[in-house]
Design a protein. Sequence first.
Length: 467
Amino acid sequence: MARLERRAAIGLPLTRSGEAATLRRMTHDSPRTRSSYVLDWFIHSQVAGSAVLLASTIVAMLWANSPWADAYFRLNHTKIGVSVGPHALALSLQHWINDALMVVFFFVVGLEIKRELVAGHLSSTRRAILPVAAALGGMIVPALIYACFNVGGPGSHGWGIPMATDIAFALGILALLGDRVPIGLKVFLTALAIADDLGAVLVIALVYTAEINWLALGSAILCLLLLGALIRAGVRQPLFYLALAIGVWLMVFKSGIHATVAGVLMAMLVPIRPRLHPAEFFARVSEGLDALRSAELTTSSVLANEAQLDALVRLDDAATDMRPPGLTLERFLHPVQALFILPLFAFVNAGVGLGAEALQTLTHPVTFGVIAGLVLGKLVGVSLASWLAVRSGSAQLPEGVTWSQIVGAGFLAGVGFTMSLFVGELAFSEEALRDAAKVGILVASLTAGALGYLVLRTVVGRPPGPQ
């Protein structure tokens, strides 16, 4: 059964009719469908990442408030350059992480968005309405609340900061409640956060962009077209993809659009479904296995028998072509971005002094707007939009999910952290405004996470009442 579940989780076909019948019984008798296994992997990968992310944030905060704080800020602003002939690109360590390494994070975000749109919980209108409505409400209401405190002021450009949800922290907190959480609530929060990510990417691309260099943008589009042509042709030379990916990033960077958008654009080109039809996969596997059986394969014979080695290569190629490229890349890159890139991002961006001046910023319009937007705005926006979608008859609550659980999810959506910090860096050029936003993000994320956990801990496990 475990093997069947693993195969089903990644969308692989089963090899015998008996296994297929077993899977049909399994999916009929149990609410844990194929997508739920992918969801479980996704959530648990976020849990480990959120722990490392939290540790990096604590280290940054401690260092930034220690006697060695100057060394922390000097490290962040250390210039690192790359030169090729007469051309040079020199950025601070913080900018290399924010503008280059974070492209990988946004590439994974793009893969998640495409997976959900093509084969996940956003792939059908009926299933997508509730989380998309909740995400829209959770973006619009926080932005309006923030604007109320900052309209016409120096912080007015930061209205996008409280729109974001940190999917790693939100799902990590939800996972602390274990199996008591209904699968429907996990699906709802995951789809909401991914739709929220899509909204954040659009805001970054459309709002937080200076003048556009159209020549550079055209070059980026050309590189994207070449990249798409290589993928469509099935080219297997990683260096070609790497060279074009660097070209896309550099041209988007030069265009004036934030370079991380390049990651999402490239992710949209990656196929989600396997390249092979199951019948062709079985034929290739059967042919390879028959060749190896007839050749009396041993651990020693494969070293000298070229035919056996060719058969093994064909089997490996068949398995590679049957694996969904998007999901394969997502699973490979998740540990990289969750355990390395995001912690580095938090380390260089979360450090802010918490002295008397920081306490005074709690009354700053930017800080107050961020806190009110993330804690109150997300709660009201997610809950109200969900209620309107269900009340209108366009959507329905997932099985086993209550309105009190939706309220808890609304609080968790207020954990903005990574995406909010990122938008804050784009929104403000003045250090004082950035620090005010950081204090608000940290306070709001901690408050929203704690309230969401307490609410859900109180209400999960209760039998659902009348909807």
